[in-house]
Design a protein around this ligand. Sequence first.
Ligand SMILES: CN(C)c1nnc([C@H](N)S(N)(=O)=O)s1
Ligand SMILES: [Zn+2]
Length: 218
Amino acid sequence: MKKLTFAYESQSDLRILNTGHGWKVEAPQSGSRLEGGPLGEDIYQLEQFHCHWGETSAEGSEHTVDGRAYAGELHLVHWNTTKYQSFAEAAQHPDGLAVLGVFFDVGNESNDEIEKIVSTLSEIKFKGQFTDIPDVIDPTTFLPSGLGYWTYLGSLTTPPCNECVIWIVYKEPITVTEEQLVQFRCLSACSGEAEEFIVKNYRPPQPLGNRALRECNA
Ligand SMILES: CN(C)c1nnc([C@H](N)S(N)(=O)=O)s1
Ligand SMILES: [Zn+2]
């Protein structure tokens, strides 16, 4: 496979919202692009990024490695702007979306870029709430230093689970703190005063079936 190349733009005032299933940062028209690797000749534009986590740090990732789960997983969702006219159209095709997955390991060092997300969560405690992230966000800083990855053709992990995703999962995790994950778990799934905390929002892995799993040791 060709080398995976990303050209991410730093942006301030990105909108973050509580979807009721977690937080999501919207980056439409961001100009941040991904190409190469398993993506052939097409260019994929960053649409949004979000995260999955578990009730404890023993779980939370949507992918596992030799059966081992990580404490969480960041997803950077891109769509194929070479072939399709909209995200919705792209989500109807096997090569429509490309999602970069980055595992979270828990450590003593707070992740500065994730902290920019955490610092807004008190403003979006309830489902449907949104706010702008005042800090400049550079998606590149979410990526691990080692850029080896696994890739396969799969699906969205939330209904309708369209089989439209070229998954690219980095082998090396990034480090966040337990406190940062605790803050994720304080988001509420409800829009009203009732508090139903989003303590876990990951879909357990599904059988690989006859999917071909490829790797690149960048
Ligand atoms: C429609 N969109 C953007 C998405 N639908 N499901 C998504 C999942 N959270 S994931 N994990 O990206 O497949 S993202
Ligand atoms: Zn996801």
